[in-house]
Design a protein around this ligand. Structure first.
Ligand code: COA
Length: 294
């Protein structure tokens, strides 16, 4: 189904109420793009004309995000939304996209105790952990560049090289690796987008890596995406790009920086720890084999 603009507004208001109550936003950036119109399935629970529960299903990722209004919890609404998803996935007549997946999951941002119990009650098990790491930007300064490497901000015309490097660097990563020209354009149309904050590193063979920084809140920067070409791995370019991006964020006024990394990715996690990041909290993906839906 497509959301009306009133439904979209109500879902965002619901997400804000949950953020105030829980301390964590229940919907991530991808989910917000889908609320604004990117492809996804939306399930809504309404009470007296107000949206009090919402589940978003991304068939391309096999994952859902679910939130219930803090005043309407423990009444079965969250469970009913997930049951509706399970029925849709099990019943091919409903033709819910993604019915052919082997495993599906629910994101829990902040790994809240209620979400843990909720997932357990639904027979879901933790499968992926995203570490949310943070550090202060005090003392961040531009790194010395290795010989032959130059770094500059994004310029129109860089899109194709950036997309192909992103696809190569994130071939194993379901969400980031899927970034296409539309997804790139959508992100570049965001208020926070700053071409100078999308740092590209070039060597004699072309684009060698990039660090896309994000400054969506005045003081809190983000290492949004960082990737290097496989042909240059192990040369320390990742760390150079990381430090160049941190220096950029500090110069743009940020005092702290945050990043998200899969806990299984030991090489980047080590790089971030080496650069002074520590774990702030964890986001968990709870999953269940799809055959258990039947
Ligand atoms: C997690 C969330 C969606 C649950 O919504 P809900 O409508 O309260 O869930 P339900 O009433 O359907 O609960 C179903 C079962 O989950 C378990 N459960 C849910 N919340 C619980 C809590 N706070 N403590 C203990 N068990 C809980 C219970 O077993 C419950 O069954 P019961 O009430 O019969 O005991 C809601 O707390 C929420 O929006 N949290 C913030 C967003 C979030 O963390 N989403 C990720 C979910 S993995």
């Amino acid at each position: 189904m497509n959301l009306t603009s009133s439904q979209a507004e109500q879902i965002l208001a619901l997400a804000d109420r949950a953020l105030s109550a829980d301390g964590f936003a229940p919907l991530n950036e991808e989910a917000r793009f889908a609320i604004a119109g990117a492809p996804a399935e939306h399930l809504l629970a309404e009470q007296d004309g107000t949206v009090v529960g919402y589940l978003q299903w991304r068939p391309d990722f096999g994952t859902a995000q679910v939130v219930v209004d803090p005043h309407y919890r423990r009444r079965g609404l969250g469970g009913a939304l997930v049951e509706q998803l399970i029925e849709g996935l099990a019943d091919s007549d409903l033709e819910l996209p993604g019915a052919d997946i082997t495993e599906w999951g629910l994101w829990s941002f902040g790994d809240l105790p209620a979400a843990r119990e909720f997932a357990a009650a639904l027979g879901l098990r933790p499968s992926r952990t995203l570490l949310v790491m943070r550090r202060s930007l005090a003392g961040a300064s531009a790194p010395e560049l290795p010989a032959g490497l130059t770094i500059r901000g994004f310029r129109p015309g860089d899109q194709d090289a950036l997309l192909s490097l992103n696809a190569e660097a994130f071939a194993e990563h379901p969400e980031q690796g899927a970034l296409d020209a539309d997804g790139l354009a959508q992100r570049m149309a965001e208020d926070w987008f700053d071409p100078d904050g999308l740092l590209l590193a070039f060597d004699a063979d072309g684009l060698a890596g990039f660090h896309w920084t994000k400054l969506a809140e005045p003081l809190l920067g983000e290492v949004y995406v960082i990737g290097t070409a496989s042909r240059v791995r192990g040369r320390g370019y990742g760390r150079v790009l990381l430090d160049a991006g941190l220096a950029h964020l500090a110069a743009a006024g940020a005092t702290e920086v945050v990043l998200y990394v899969d806990s299984s990715e030991q090489i980047p996690v080590r790089m971030y720890e080496g650069a002074g990041f520590t774990i702030d909290h964890r986001d968990l993906l709870y999953t269940r084999p799809a055959q258990e839906n039947r």
